[in-house]
Design a protein around this ligand. Structure first.
Ligand code: GDD
Ligand code: MN
Length: 372
């Protein structure tokens, strides 16, 4: 038998928790679970002022595999962090679940997460935005738009279109992934820790899977989320941690270097245009290569030896030459079909629509290889 630890963070959830805990333990009878898995539940309560604590303590009499952990009120991320630590130390689980305690997440969906784990996934996201998943029908329009838009921003900010629900709080994660991530997620005490944990798992090559969930409107009590603050934290997180955003910034720096060197060599030092261009573009290419290696893709940087660097730098030059050729062809094509007047527009379009996807894709596949 393998152990599962389900972490339930609570802040004033007396009515919900009383219903949810028996539902979770009821799942032990499900054949998918009973054959392979043993369930333990850890309620992490941040000093609720209602009867949450008392209710849980009462239930521990009936369910010896129920634990109550009390923490200070320092945010959802912090509550989970303490729950993770407790579970890893006391329960030694194979899989850890994140689950809301307000009945938004349905216990009957637990077996679907486990099926994905049994098939080899390390990190299963309960996804509202894939086929079979849903958000409550009666959510106000602005709440729907907010949730959809939020996910879209994260999806494109990280350029990971394959993941459909970044913010979901219903997840099954192998304990080794969580164990390795503790030092990292401890810096994110609010709801944004959800994004940080998934980002960490991706960067450490955990195998990600999604299973549809039907998110229910909470029955009693209020949501503690501050949507505005959460959005700001998410945007800030993406800005500081997304390889894609850093890659774009490096591209802009490269352009400035290229332009400045050319300008000085041609205008001040009266060097031939071809030589100046050669020197300025190659300097920009080398600077882009180094900045991407030590910053944008630092979590998968090239092995620290000279030949590995040289090989990658040559490949990087070939990809860069490719983008020069592509740009020239597209712009010339535009001039040929629509005339010369709008050349700057063609250039901007080709950079955004072709060069950026082309380079980002090849950097990830050839130079800083993805294992996913
Ligand atoms: N211990 C503890 N401490 N628990 C907390 C705290 C806290 O500071 N803040 C919230 N919780 C508990 C709540 O009691 C509930 O069980 C769970 O965390 C989720 O909190 P809600 O306040 O109900 O959040 P939500 O429904 O608005 O947000 C859900 O959707 C988000 C985005 O779609 C959650 O699933 C989030 O994790 C998710 O990111
Ligand atoms: Mn909720």
């Amino acid at each position: 038998m393998r152990k599962i630890a389900i972490i339930l963070p609570t802040y004033n959830e007396e009515k919900n928790i009383e219903v949810l805990i028996p539902q979770i333990f009821e799942e032990r009878k499900n054949p998918t679970i009973s054959k392979l898995w043993d369930i333990e539940v850890v309620v992490v309560d941040s000093n609720s002022y209602d009867e949450t604590k008392k209710t849980v303590l009462n239930l521990t009499k009936k369910y010896p595999q129920l634990h109550l952990l009390e923490t200070k009120k320092e945010g959802l991320g912090k509550a989970y962090l303490e729950g993770f630590r407790y579970a890893i130390e006391k329960i030694k689980p194979y899989v850890i679940f994140e689950m809301d305690a307000d009945l938004s997440h349905q216990a009957k969906e637990i077996p679907f997460f486990l099926k994905k784990i049994e098939k080899g996934a390390d990190f299963v996201i309960g996804s509202r935005y894939i086929k079979g998943g849903s958000i409550p029908n009666n959510w106000q329009w602005y709440r729907k738009i907010f949730s959809l838009l939020g996910n879209l921003i994260v999806k494109f900010g990280f350029m990971k279109p394959s993941i459909n629900d970044w913010t979901s709080g219903y997840r099954a994660i192998k304990a080794w992934v969580i164990k390795n991530s503790l030092y990292y997620i401890k810096n994110y005490s609010g709801y944004v820790f959800q994004i940080a944990l998934l980002d960490f798992a991706l960067k450490n090559n955990a195998l990600i899977a999604e299973t549809p969930i039907q998110f229910q409107e909470r029955k009693w009590g209020n949501s503690k989320i501050n949507a505005f603050q959460y959005s700001l934290q998410i945007i800030f997180y993406i800005f500081l941690n997304s390889s894609f955003v850093k890659f774009i910034i490096v591209g802009i720096i490269g352009f400035i270097i290229d332009f400045t060197i050319s300008f000085y060599l041609i205008e001040f030092f009266q060097k031939p245009v071809w030589l100046s261009t050669l020197i300025s573009t190659e300097t920009a290419i080398i600077s882009n290569f180094l900045l991407n290696n030590f910053w944008s893709f630092s979590y998968k940087k090239i092995r620290n030896n000279f030949t590995a660097y040289l090989k990658s730098l040559i490949k990087f030059n070939i990809i860069s030459s490719g983008s020069i050729i592509i740009q020239t062809l597209f712009i010339q094509g535009g001039v040929f079909i629509f005339g010369k007047k709008l050349w700057l527009l063609y250039k901007i379009l080709v950079i955004i629509l072709v060069i950026i996807p082309y380079s980002y894709f090849l950097y990830n596949k050839v130079i800083w290889k993805d294992n996913n």
